[in-house]
Design a protein around this ligand. Structure first.
Ligand SMILES: [Zn+2]
Length: 132
């Protein structure tokens, strides 16, 4: 099904294709723990930016692989390109509109020790997790 969401001020809006019962990851790395980001990771084909490309600013650090997009008006990071899945997106399920998510199963992810989680440098598939 299609979930919609966006940033706080409404400049950034997106649609994401995912089940109504979501499995999401809560990561303890330096950036995710500070923002409370809950990850729903999808291939690029299941994500569509509806509006707000001009509002997005990218923040990068460490390896620079992850691209942390946030709204330049309200500062909310509603989705980004994760280091574990540079060919996909991680959507912040806290930024989804109410009404389409039936349930959510939260799995902890040890992104603080990222290299140990992904010795190959990234997740092998789309069942995985995020990290910065
Ligand atoms: Zn905004």
């Amino acid at each position: 099904m299609i979930h919609q969401g966006g940033c706080h001020c409404g400049r950034v809006r997106f649609a994401v294709e995912a089940p109504s019962r979501l499995k999401v990851a809560e990561c303890n790395c330096s950036i995710c723990s500070k923002s409370g980001f809950l990850h729903l990771i999808v291939p690029k084909s299941q994500f569509r930016l509806l509006k707000g490309e001009d509002a997005l600013t990218a923040y990068t650090f460490n390896t620079g692989v992850a691209r942390h997009y946030f709204c330049s008006t309200c500062g909310i990071k509603s989705f980004y390109v994760p280091r574990s899945h540079p060919d996909g997106y991680s959507v912040n399920v806290r930024c989804l509109d109410p009404g389409t998510v039936e349930s959510m199963e939260i799995e902890p992810f040890n992104g603080r020790e990222w290299e140990g989680q992904f010795p190959g440098g990234r997740s092998p598939g789309f069942e995985g997790h995020a990290g910065a």
